[in-house]
Design a binder for this molecule. Structure first.
Ligand code: SF4
Length: 700
């Protein structure tokens, strides 16, 4: 019998769809799309439609704290008090002996904003180290660099409502038809209703998004900068530059023009493997458009030159003046539900709360004063991959992992395993025993999941949602903020005596006053009663801000947007060679989410792809004597994967594709794509290079 009907937000991807949750007296739930929600208007994708299974099935949940006294003993159930005493005791002793930089916290884009805020305050303000980073480093940090260097702050200028106002889309290194499905449904509907709308997709794979496009630029992996420069060159040559915008509101156009003119169209076409005619066509479509939106995701960000790829794409919006007006602007698609919220509160090793910078002395002082601490260390913390390097090398002794599964998701997953084995103390705070990382924990802490705790999230378009607590967590599981505040108190830190999550939100919201992400006039009551808001919300009764930079006042010192021009257009990943002649790129499939700790337990979500497969081009399959369905062995200098081949023309010749979701627990060690990927990162964003690993493939 229905007991209650409440509104919430889907906890999977950064699209941020609204859901209506119907709960019965036994806490069993049903979920449907919220017809009145501005994002999804009632629609849900396969993952969202099956959220009820994940919540109703608690068979995999971690129910009570578990601890082991040494690696030779099994973990056993302990009380929360003993668990927290031990955690604080070990952290204090390690810090005393090796200094604060010997400990670190690794968080997740699925943490709520309040959780992110507390973890950041605890680490940077009180533990005295900047060793806090997030798995968002693995997906969005190159986009953050792009926005900061182009606009002066990490600020997404557009809204989903701009989709219906645009007539040209360039989808770069993303497959929103599978990975951001509701956003893509809006795009499909817009095109169906307006056949003149043009969609260009740049991707080495013929994805469902590419199949829907008017033009597919099937580039060679890693050559994105060359392709977008070639399009920029054509825009300039054909007179599609918005001269007024470029002159009044940008800096660096001359350097940009010189760079893009340095390669001829034919040279670029050859280097990126895209016909010159298609590059010309793309430039003409973009140049003639009245509203141009570029959308991108991991194909750009997860690269050894991810920042350069971002700059080269952002420059296309600047050269055409398509920023700060309806239906126009660059739009990074966030993978996780709250990757944006984490960035707002500074949950990365090089950031501080409210978009302040760790490298800026003034900013450090302001934040330290706000938190009532003497200082914040100037030393940058370890980023995600650096954290695992430091664990392996013994420089980092203790790590606290919250809501993420690094032994499946980190590049070179075997290194992540070695790192955790080498650590002196590993805390894993999670909801599910299905996380492979739990096996490496000395202390396991049961966390509350979606609907079991309250807080806020920000989606890809800066939209903040309030999520309510409707269900008691199973067993002794607790909200993450309570666990972290308890630990802080056991460490003897002041400033963590909150009576509610709302108090944490208020502390953060007050901190935003006067900044570019001001939400000081947005409180829980407004979020509960009026729905979602896009930041900034800087005044009393302010309705939120759907679009940034309409006044063309950017957040750089000169108030102008900057053309960032990469010195080299070369991809710096290790090239294929005789031993490893193919390029491996990894990514998502339609119905699974991250490392499958939630979606993996829903039978109907497994029917689309019951097992991982290697997508391979017909020609490469023929040359390697592989037939469709054969078991293949894929090798890189880091490891081996064995899965069946799916042979088609959907991937470019010379390229193979593996889904990133499977870990040891779900199948076996040989299904894990990150056995193969290497640890090279972009030098500015420190984002790993998941989209380019040289591999060999043979029939097993
Ligand atoms: Fe959830 Fe994303 Fe699907 Fe929307 S598109 S229902 S937010 S997984």
């Amino acid at each position: 019998m229905l007991e209650k009907e409440v509104k919430s937000t889907c906890s999977y991807c950064g699209v941020g769809c609204g859901v209506v949750v119907k709960k019965d007296a036994r806490n069993r739930i049903e979920v449907e799309g919220d017809k009145n929600h501005p994002v999804n208007k009632g629609m849900l994708c396969s993952k969202g439609m099956n959220l009820d299974y994940v919540v109703n099935d608690t068979s995999d949940r971690i129910l009570y704290p578990e601890m082991r006294w040494s690696r030779s003993h099994p973990r056993e159930r302990v009380s929360w008090d003993d668990a927290m005493e031990r955690a604080a005791g070990v952290f204090k002793s390690i810090i005393r002996k090796h200094g604060p930089d010997s400990v670190g916290i690794y968080v997740s884009g699925q943490c709520l904003t309040e959780e992110y805020y507390i973890a950041n305050k605890l680490t940077k303000g009180f533990l005295g180290t900047n060793n806090i980073d997030t798995n968002s480093r693995l997906c969005m940090s190159s986009a953050v660099v792009g926005y900061k260097k182009t606009f002066g702050e990490d600020s997404v200028p557009v809204s989903y409502e701009d989709i219906e106002l645009a007539d040209c889309f360039l989808i770069a290194g993303a497959n929103p038809a599978w990975c951001h499905p509701i956003l893509f449904r809006r795009l499909e509907k817009h095109k169906e209703e307006n056949p003149d709308v043009k969609i260009i997709v740049a991707d080495p794979r013929k994805t469902d998004s590419a199949n829907f496009a008017d033009l597919h630029l099937q580039l060679i992996p890693g050559t994105d900068v060359i392709l977008y420069h070639a399009i920029g060159r054509q825009l300039i040559k054909r007179g599609y530059v918005d001269k007024n915008f470029v002159k009044k509101h940008t800096e660096g156009f001359k350097e940009y023009r010189d760079k893009v003119m340095s390669l001829s169209l034919n040279q670029s076409a050859k280097l990126c493997g895209v016909p010159a005619g298609d590059i010309k066509k793309a430039a003409t479509i973009i140049g003639r458009s009245k509203g141009f939106i570029s959308m991108w995701a991991m194909g750009l960000n997860q690269s050894a030159v991810g920042s350069d790829k971002n700059f080269s794409l952002l420059n296309l919006s600047l050269v055409t003046g398509h920023v700060g007006k309806p239906g126009s602007g660059p739009f990074s698609l966030t993978g996780q539900p709250n990757a944006m919220g984490g960035r707002e509160v500074g949950g990365m090793a090089n950031l501080l709360a409210v978009h302040k910078d760790l490298a800026n002395e003034e900013h450090r002082k302001e934040v330290a004063q706000y938190w009532g601490v003497e200082e914040i260390s100037a030393k940058p913390g370890y980023t995600a991959t650096e954290m695992f390097d430091a664990l392996e090398e013994g420089k980092l002794k203790a790590v606290w992992i919250i809501c993420t599964n690094p032994v499946v998701s980190m590049p070179n997953a075997r290194q992540a395993e070695r790192a955790l084995k080498n650590a002196k103390f590993v805390v894993v705070q999670d909801i599910s025993h299905k996380s492979d990382t739990v096996s490496y924990a000395d202390l396991v802490l049961p966390a509350a999941g979606w609907l079991e705790k309250e807080g806020t999230m920000t989606n890809s378009e800066r939209r903040i949602s309030y999520l309510n607590k409707e269900i008691h967590p199973p067993g002794e599981a607790r909200p993450d903020v309570e666990i972290l505040c308890d630990f802080a108190k056991k460490m003897g830190f002041r400033g963590f005596n909150y009576n509610s999550t709302e108090e944490i939100y208020k502390e953060y919201a007050a901190m935003t006053k006067g900044t570019k992400i001001d939400i000081s006039y947005l409180n829980y009551d407004r979020l509960k009663n009026e729905g979602t808001f896009q930041w900034p919300v800087p005044e009393y009764r302010h309705p939120g801000t759907p679009r940034l930079f309409e006044d063309k006042q950017f957040y750089t010192p000169s108030k102008k947007a900057i053309f960032n021009v990469p010195e080299s257009v070369e991809n710096t990943s290790a090239k294929p060679n005789e031993e490893y002649p193919l390029i491996l790129t990894t990514g998502r499939i339609r119905d699974q989410w991250h490392t499958m700790t939630r979606t993996g337990k829903v039978a109907r979500l497994k029917t689309h792809y019951p097992d991982p497969i290697l997508e391979m081009n017909l020609v490469d399959a023929y040359l390697n004597h592989i037939k469709d369905g054969d078991v293949t062995e894929i090798k890189s200098p880091n490891g081996t994967v064995r899965v069946r081949a799916k042979v088609s023309e959907n991937v470019r010749e010379g390229v193979v594709f593996l889904p990133m979701h499977w870990g040891k627990k779900l199948k076996n060690d040989l299904n894990r794509a990150n056995n193969l990927t290497h640890t090279k990162v972009d030098p500015i964003s420190k984002e790993p290079d998941f989209k380019y690993t040289a591999v060999s493939v043979s029939r097993f």
